[in-house]
Write a protein of this length. Structure first.
Length: 251
């Protein structure tokens, strides 16, 4: 792993501005090596830093990563405690390095149940890096796509009740303004590592027209070159956003 720098194999014409990643496979990676699941999460830290560097090199402007979901509270108390403490330490120990790379850190998620110490580190990282513009790292902790939409609907309903919004004004663009990070563009490329083929409630609203890629590589083995391969594949896809065009074959 190293800091961002240009490599000859970096794709520069892929067109993906916002990449979202479900960082899956840490536990299975560890168990396959006779290690506890927590060791897989530790190995995932190096992968994350390498992928952030690779995203910067490839000109990606927003990288959203799924660090802890609203459903992860169902895991064993030991693993939940580890993940909370681990998220706190990763943010604390890596934020200065990320700041030096020009990374702007933002947090998406629910405050309820989130450890106060984790929230404190997230807010401090946001404060420290708010002036950066190289790339936005959307760190999703205690996040769920349905929860985000429900929270947006609640705030919108309250504004209707307050008389700030008329029901006739409600459309997708207005609803989007009530999401956790309304200023971020929609997801272009959605990647899930670890071999599973599901979205797991991640960025449901923002990924409505994303291109999906499900990669067999476990997250600890995913690196910048794997990201570049996904970006290269993305560049070959035709995005029509519901439109279509007749292409008549030559005879």
């Amino acid at each position: 792993m190293g800091e961002p720098r240009r490599h000859r194999e970096v794709p520069n014409d892929h067109g993906a501005k916002h990449v979202a990643i479900v960082m899956d496979g840490n536990g299975r990676w560890a168990n396959a090596r006779g290690l506890p699941r927590t060791d897989g999460h530790k190995a995932g830290e190096s992968a994350l830093m390498d992928v952030i560097a690779g995203a910067i090199e490839a000109g990606v402007t927003v990288l959203s990563v799924y660090a802890f979901s609203t459903e992860n509270w169902k895991r064993s108390p030991r693993e939940v405690s580890f993940l909370m403490g681990y998220s706190r330490e990763v943010i604390r120990t890596r934020r200065d390095e990320l700041d030096s790379w020009g990374v702007k850190i933002v947090w998406s998620g629910r405050q309820a149940r989130l450890w106060g110490s984790v929230l404190k580190e997230l807010k401090e990282a946001e404060r420290l890096t708010r002036g950066n513009s190289t790339i936005v790292l959307n760190f999703c902790v205690n996040y769920g796509g349905r929860a985000e939409i429900a929270d947006a609907a609640t705030e919108l309903a309250l504004d209707v009740q307050r008389g700030k919004i008329r029901p006739s004004q409600i459309d997708p663009d207005l609803i989007g303004q009530y999401m956790y990070q309304p200023d971020l563009p929609d997801v272009d490329l959605f990647i899930r590592t670890g071999g599973e083929q599901r979205t797991s409630n991640f960025l449901l609203w923002e990924s409505s027209y994303a291109e999906y890629m499900f990669v067999d590589v476990a997250w600890p083995d995913f690196d910048r070159r794997t990201l570049w391969e996904c970006l290269a594949r993305y560049s070959t896809r035709e995005r029509r956003f519901g439109g279509a065009q007749d292409v008549v074959a030559d005879r």
